[in-house]
Design a binder for this molecule. Sequence first.
Ligand code: PAF
Length: 276
Amino acid sequence: MRVLRLPEELASVLPSKGVGFVPTMGYLHEGHLALVRRARKENPFVAVSIFVNPLQFGPSEDYERYPRDEARDLGMLEAEGVDLVFLPSPKDFYPEGYATYVEVTGPLTERFEGAHRPGHFRGVTTVVAKLFHLLRPERAYFGEKDYQQLVVIRRMVKDLHFPLSVVGVPTVREPDGLALSSRNVYLTPEHRKEAAKLYQALLAAREAARAGHSVDEAEAAARAILDTIPDFALDYFAIVHPGTFAPLEDWVPGARALVAGRFPEVRLIDNLEVYP
Ligand code: PAF
């Protein structure tokens, strides 16, 4: 496994085709490994990036304290048979004078995560566009856990004619349903237990949909659970169109329930397809 840190070193080691690429911010868990394993199965060459991207963190967010463990991450990737790890420093990736940004505009990035984290998606699309240029993948792998991010990246890839397929990989969950996230380590033991209710709320919406209830009733069923979580400030719960993120009045195929909110120590997000 090669480990490279400078953008200009990549070209000489990358094959001209067959690259499967998994972008990450490190502190890897089984959710990341599901992306890597899928990439390993589908591509002759697998590249992973580890970069905590300062551009996608707001000024009051957790950029400085975001968990990092390079040695552990590299050990895990080596064990998965990864070919190349790209691990740039912020100053090599965004050198002094850096002034170019990639932005998907409109409702897709203005709602939900976009409304609660101004500038977040601009940071994500900028880093991912740069990584696509540097790694030139044929396939790139993203978790469905950040579902809005996945849809925003698909939009950017289409709009900018990137010659690659974006592959969405299902969310990996703890046995009690909590979606895996590098930020789960911040949770206090008490809030860790309560955090499973986010998934229970999503399941309640899906059960209501399956039982023939309306979108409003499904939303009410989910909110009834979310309301019982102590110390949890809900940012949003919504049932939306899976492609446009427009809130729904009636069911459409693939309707997706989204939830996000904050315990004092950490913000959590999750989502689930609730209507087939
Ligand atoms: O999902 C993430 O971990 C990040 O947003 C990504 C895609 C690696 C870009 O920094």
